[in-house]
Design a protein around this ligand. Structure first.
Ligand code: DAK
Length: 261
């Protein structure tokens, strides 16, 4: 694929945005390639995805400013729809997506990382929404997702000031879950992803849905949604096996991999 690489390692798929000369900036070709890679993920095999950027400097330095600068109103709307559809697709993708942020995550780069389930990053990562300095506001969900993740006050300070933050501050405000040396980043992401992939896959999918969709609801409706998704886990082979294994209490037995059924 032109600007996006994909590789499967066991039950984990690694998606790499590969346009390092432009610091992996998102133009419409990158967005098209990313959508095509997601289309091709074999959900019978893959149980967790990692999204990262090529090179050691940048995860994604934002939407492609060169391509955007001459857009007409209609073209800007089409670009916006392409980006928002893709980011929403990542957010609602049936299996978890971890962002491994290996450098700049600015503008659309910060936004695509926030459409993932969670983020880990390297020490050199820089997060920010610098759009107001370009005469626009974050347009790929940044005003919404940043405020939900770090709270409205911190999101407003970052967005109004076009203020970039370093990895340690991103950790402090809860934008990332962990920070590590760059050379350890992919191994760390892979370890987390494999841990997720080893759990009962139907339960993981239901948990993702319950958290994402429940956060949009009031507590009564959210609990009702959880009840429904909880119920749906039952009568699956994995639920029967997982509970039978526990009840068996046979310390000699090794737990078999879950079957996604
Ligand atoms: N777009 C295009 N090219 C970029 C780029 C970007 N966002 N960021 C970097 N590059 C290119 C540079 O132009 C340069 O290309 P060459 O000159 O080598 O051809 C190459 O990457 C290396 O960058 P630098 O030479 O600038 O590298 P430095 O280390 O000096 O600086 C930097 C790194 C990340 C601090 C700097 O490149 C920078 O400030 N980049 C721009 C960061 C930024 O402002 N990002 C936010 C973009 S705005 C929309 C929805 C969403 C959006 C827009 C519309 N709709 C609803 C329609 C999103 C907007 C954004 O993301």
């Amino acid at each position: 694929m032109g600007f996006v690489d994909y590789a499967a390692e066991g039950q984990v798929g690694v998606i790499t945005i590969n346009r390092p000369k432009a610091l992996n900036a998102l133009n419409s070709d990158v967005l098209t390639d990313l959508a095509a890679v997601l289309d091709g993920v074999d959900l019978d095999q893959i149980r967790c995805l990692i999204l990262t950027g090529a090179g050691e400097k940048s995860f994604v330095a934002g939407a492609d400013i060169g391509q955007m600068s001459d857009l007409s109103i209609a073209e800007a709307a089409a670009f916006s729809k392409q980006g928002n559809d893709l980011f929403r697709r990542i957010e609602t993708f049936p299996i978890p997506v971890i962002a491994a942020v290996n450098g700049f995550a600015l503008g659309g780069g910060c936004e695509i990382s926030m459409s993932c389930d969670f983020r880990i990053c390297s020490e050199n990562a820089i997060f920010g929404q610098p759009e107001v300095g370009l005469g626009i506001i974050p347009g790929f969900g940044g005003t919404q997702r940043l405020a939900r993740l770090v709270g409205p006050g911190m999101a407003k300070q970052m967005i109004y000031g076009g203020r970039n933050i370093k990895a340690k501050e991103a950790l402090r405000i809860g934008l990332v879950n962990d920070v590590c040396d760059q050379e350890d980043l992919m191994a760390k992401a892979m370890k987390i992803a494999k841990g997720i992939a080893s759990q009962a896959p139907i339960a993981i999918r239901q948990a993702k849905k319950a958290i994402n969709e429940g956060l949009e609801l009031g507590m009564d409706d959210a609990i009702a949604l959880e009840e429904k998704l909880f119920g749906d886990c039952f009568e699956t082979e994995d639920q029967k096996y997982g509970m039978a294994f526990f009840l068996d209490k046979n310390k000699e037995k090794v737990k078999e991999p879950f079957k996604n059924r």
